[in-house]
Design a protein around this ligand. Structure first.
Ligand code: HEC
Ligand code: HEC
Ligand code: HEC
Ligand code: HEC
Length: 451
């Protein structure tokens, strides 16, 4: 009997040891996210805006996050130096005529500079009472104070405030609370406009996989958006889908315009920074299940610790970490990036030339009282569409890399529509001179002066 008990005891001990080993092995193989939440030194309150408090629990994530403040290296087409896109490519001054982007359009920088940069842009309109006065909506993707403010004020309450009125409540740049739930450290959707946009498509982010969240969390901010009504409610135009033609249909159906182009009378659309829409339009990497965070937040090591680098920037500055986890020949893939970006950049400039010809021809035709109004109007519609398509590529920050085939197709279509617009404008006044290329350069005086 005693021997029997010993057997059972030894059996139980072996079983327990096996279970414990199993649990340890399981935990070790768990994604860092689930592991790292175990030791938390301080309790972080929900939606805590101050990242340094979260940082006491997660010093590696916090210290890499802070590096985004001082990054300043430029890559060929991106990087963290605040260069002017207008100085680099003055065609854009003509393309954005009549709109604040013609005054100030700088390269974006690291996440911790978000507040400094939004407050410094000359695109802000701070004239009290001006119908175009900038709303607090422009803080939507700039601060870790937002999640708590959205909860307190609601989306409408937040967006209907004016920018300066909101300024005292916004003291922190982008931070942990924009992407994580305190305590669990789960990745979450924090921007109510993203939640609404997903809902409009019948999607609920709470059912998304962890890998999907590693992309969707960036869509809190890196997306196309517009402002609805006088309260300037932040809205993503995704109800029909996130492809370029679906977005154009959406805007056309509600007759939305951002501004009227001077001299042509075209109701224009301004594209924002549609990295999410571009990347998820079945790019090679997206189809292969790769997430934004795979390239922009690769795992790094500090001694024994392995964690996601929160120093988000151009992957061309650390391709070994960013691409080397999946690609053995890193020099080759970086070479491909250069090739793709150079091709997209030169193609994009040809599109700009076509757009400027279209604009110049429409301006000349619109100044002629005998112009055929119907042809002229068709020309305007094509100009609107062509320029939005060009801008969708131009404002997207990867210079084509996120989805090369799709992006080159959009540029090809855009150039085609711009040339059609030019032809229709020439036809509307029966003036073959307006069919020539480079007509802007031949005009004296210039219809839209480039400063
Ligand atoms: C396969 C790797 C990869 C994936 C996945 C990826 N990117 Fe990129 N991203 C790049 C590369 C390469 C560039 C070009 C950087 C440059 O020109 O310096 C870039 C550029 C950018 C830039 C501009 C950076 C700069 O330096 O100006 C932003 C912003 C960006 N990506 C956001 C995203 C978002 C958001 C997603 C997901 C929707 C995403 N990326 C997915 C590789 C990737
Ligand atoms: C722009 C969004 C974003 C911000 C801001 C952000 N994180 Fe993360 N964080 C991520 C992503 C994406 C991951 C990867 C999660 C995964 O793989 O499931 C991550 C992972 C983590 C993890 C899990 C362990 C790891 O390294 O993979 C911790 C802990 C963490 N972040 C802490 C922080 C802290 C602390 C801050 C603020 C200083 C912060 N994060 C800010 C997006 C963000
Ligand atoms: C809360 C809004 C927000 C979220 C969430 C967010 N970003 Fe950003 N991101 C910004 C803003 C705003 C800037 C530009 C800041 C500036 O120019 O001062 C930026 C800049 C960048 C840059 C350029 C950095 C540089 O040094 O040039 C990259 C790359 C980038 N984000 C990638 C990502 C990725 C990948 C994710 C998801 C893991 C993400 N962002 C999530 C708002 C956000
Ligand atoms: C998480 C894994 C992963 C990461 C990280 C990654 N890639 Fe890829 N990449 C893939 C997969 C999968 C493919 C599909 C083709 C294949 O199986 O090789 C691919 C394909 C490519 C291609 C060929 C594209 C095509 O259309 O044929 C290029 C170029 C490329 N990657 C560049 C990069 C660069 C540059 C980086 C870093 C900024 C990077 N990749 C990071 C997984 C990755």
């Amino acid at each position: 009997m005693k021997r029997y008990t010993t057997f059972i005891l030894v059996g139980i001990i072996i079983l327990l040891a096996a279970v414990l080993t199993g649990v340890l092995v399981f935990m070790k193989n768990q994604p860092a996210q689930e592991r790292a939440i175990l030791p938390q030194i301080v309790e972080v309150k929900p939606m805590e805006p101050d990242s340094s408090i979260w940082g006491q629990n997660f010093p590696n994530q916090w210290s890499t996050f802070q590096q985004t403040k001082d990054n300043n290296i430029k890559t060929t087409y991106g990087g963290s130096e605040k260069f002017s896109h207008l100085a680099e490519d003055p065609r854009q001054i003509i393309l954005f005529a009549g709109y604040p982007f013609s005054k100030d359009y700088n390269e974006e920088r690291g996440h911790m500079n978000s507040l400094i940069d939004v407050r410094a842009t000359k695109r802000l309109n701070l004239t009290p009472g001006d119908p175009k006065e900038t709303h607090a909506t422009c803080y939507s993707c700039k601060s870790s104070d937002n999640p708590a403010l959205w909860q307190k004020l609601g989306l409408e309450g937040f967006d209907s405030m004016m920018f300066p009125e909101m300024t005292p409540d916004i003291t922190n740049p982008i931070g942990c609370a924009n992407c994580h739930e305190a305590g669990t450290m789960r990745l979450i959707v924090t921007n109510p406009s993203l939640e609404n946009a997903l809902k409009a498509q019948g999607k609920d982010w709470k059912t998304f996989t962890r890998q999907e969240m590693r992309t969707v969390v960036c869509a809190n901010c890196h997306v196309e958006y517009y402002f609805v009504g006088d309260k300037k409610i932040l809205t993503f135009p995704w109800a029909n889908g996130t492809r370029i033609d679906q977005i154009i249909d959406y805007y056309d159906n509600i007759n939305f315009k951002d501004w009227d182009y001077p001299g042509t009378g075209t109701p224009m659309l301004k594209a924002q920074h549609p990295e999410y829409e571009m990347y998820t339009a079945d790019s090679t990497h997206f189809k292969a299940g790769v997430a934004c965070a795979d390239c922009h937040m690769p795992y790094v090591r500090d001694g024994a610790a392995k964690f996601s680098s929160h120093d988000v920037h151009s992957p061309l500055l650390n391709p070994q970490q960013a691409c080397g986890q999946c690609h053995t020949d890193v020099d080759y893939v970086v070479g491909r990036v250069n090739e793709i970006q150079n091709q997209v950049f030169t193609t994009k400039q040809s599109t700009e030339d076509a757009l400027i010809d279209a604009i110049t021809a429409i301006q000349a035709a619109a100044a002629d009282p005998n112009a055929d109004a119907s042809l002229l109007d068709q020309a305007r519609q094509l100009h609107r569409k062509a320029q939005f398509m060009w801008d969708f590529v131009s404002a997207e920050n990867s210079m084509g890399f996120h989805n090369p085939e799709y992006i080159l197709k959009i540029l090809a279509d855009s150039t085609n529509y711009a040339r059609q617009a030019q032809m229709l404008a020439a036809q509307s006044v029966n003036d073959p001179a307006l069919l020539e290329t480079g007509i802007y350069d031949k005009m004296d005086p210039k219809p839209t002066p480039a400063p």
